[in-house]
Design a protein around this ligand. Structure first.
Ligand code: BGC
Length: 373
């Protein structure tokens, strides 16, 4: 009997030790002890600093997690993205956090996950045209575009200011939201003669319409898209400047959709001798653009605090893993359903507040920049 009691205690101890080791190894971000993964994260590309920043912030936020997490990049390919999701599914993920390369094309990957009972959180960009999206964490993208447009308005005076419009990729739902926001403030200022659109006949044809349908926006975006690609942005800006007369230049205003394309477009406009000055927008607060802003080569950026988005998506994933329902603040139409969403505000940053918004707030180190006052 005594011996039996010892055995029971020993086996209880062994079980406790085993449980403890499972709990520890599940803290290993490379996978649980058995190689399985709890949360899969798929990001669009390493070629843009924006998404490398997200990866860094995910790693920082996950340093102390008890869950195992794996982050994969799709390198601008929907096929690679689907492969990534499939590989995560074989590792037994229960939650997928995914920022699609192409919103419509990613529906297939989301459906593959949903078919295995995996909850899908669309991250920053919405997956469209499917029911297989459970939640969406995002910045207020319409506000991003409105902040960009408003910045141009605030810097302009008088009439007939040349306006050059650029947009993101038409495969990204955000490109529409950014453009919608920008159009909502710029269109009245085109109508009253403050600005004259110089590089998009489609936009000129629609300039009397305050609100555009998705099809109308598609027509404009089709003409002014950068595809989120630095080279495409540069080539497009070059051909617009070649086609424009000296009278279409002078002091110009440029709606550039994000920081990467803003730097390309700004560099191109800077080399045109008929351009006397330009105001150019951006978004993402990429380090290279913060340096451009300090140096006066890019006018503004819209700061989207990735730490908040990362935290919101992890909190959501953890709620799901615990069997709870994550909190949301609204919903976004993905063409198939209203996806419950958690939305974060954005901040306009230019030379005036760059130090307060990005350095004093602890987002970046002052030592990462030169010429900061
Ligand atoms: C994101 C932007 C990013 C762009 C290009 C958008 O969906 O919201 O932050 O600059 O994609 O990657």
């Amino acid at each position: 009997m005594k011996k039996n009691r010892k055995l029971v205690i020993l086996s209880a101890l062994l079980t406790a030790m085993m449980l403890f080791s499972v709990a520890c190894s599940s803290g290993d971000k490379e996978g649980n002890g058995d190689g399985s993964v709890d949360i899969g994260i798929v990001l669009p590309t390493k070629d843009e600093p924006r998404w490398v920043q997200d990866e860094t912030r995910f790693k920082e936020a996950l340093a102390d997690t008890d869950y195992s997490v794996e982050i994969l990049f799709s390198q601008g390919s929907s096929a690679k993205e689907k492969e990534n999701v499939e590989s995560l599914l074989t590792k037994g993920i229960k939650v997928l956090i995914i920022c699609p390369h192409d919103g419509d094309a990613a529906a297939a990957a989301a459906e593959a996950a949903a078919a295995e009972g995996v909850k899908v959180i669309s991250y920053d960009r919405l997956i469209t045209g499917t029911d297989a999206v459970d939640y969406y964490v995002t910045f207020d993208s319409v506000a991003v575009g409105a902040a960009q447009g408003q910045y141009l308005i605030d810097k302009a005076s008088g009439k007939d200011n040349p306006l050059y419009l650029y947009a993101g990729a038409a495969t990204d739902n955000n490109a529409f939201l950014f453009f919608e926001g920008a159009w909502s403030v710029l269109q009245p200022k085109v109508k009253d003669g403050t600005f004259v659109i110089k590089n998009s006949p489609e936009a000129v044809a629609l300039q009397d319409k305050a609100e555009l349908t998705r099809d109308e926006m598609s027509k404009i975006i089709g003409q002014i898209t950068t595809n989120w690609d630095f080279n495409e942005a540069k080539n497009k800006a070059e051909s617009h400047l070649t086609a424009a007369s000296a009278a279409d230049k002078g002091d110009v205003y440029i709606l550039a959709p994000n920081d990467g394309t803003a730097r390309s477009i700004a560099d191109t406009f800077a080399t045109d001798s008929d351009v006397t000055s330009f105001v150019v927008t951006g978004q993402d607060a990429e380090k290279a653009s913060i340096q451009y802003i300090i140096d006066g080569k890019q006018s503004m950026t819209v700061f989207k605090d990735v730490r908040t988005l990362v935290k919101d998506s992890i909190d959501m994933a953890v709620s799901i893993l615990k069997g709870e329902t994550p909190g949301t603040t609204g919903a976004y139409d993905n063409k198939n359903k209203e996806v419950p969403a958690k939305q974060t505000e954005v901040i306009t940053v230019d030379q005036e507040n760059v130090k307060a918004a990005l350095i004093d707030s602890g987002y970046y180190e002052a030592s990462e920049f030169t010429g900061l006052e």
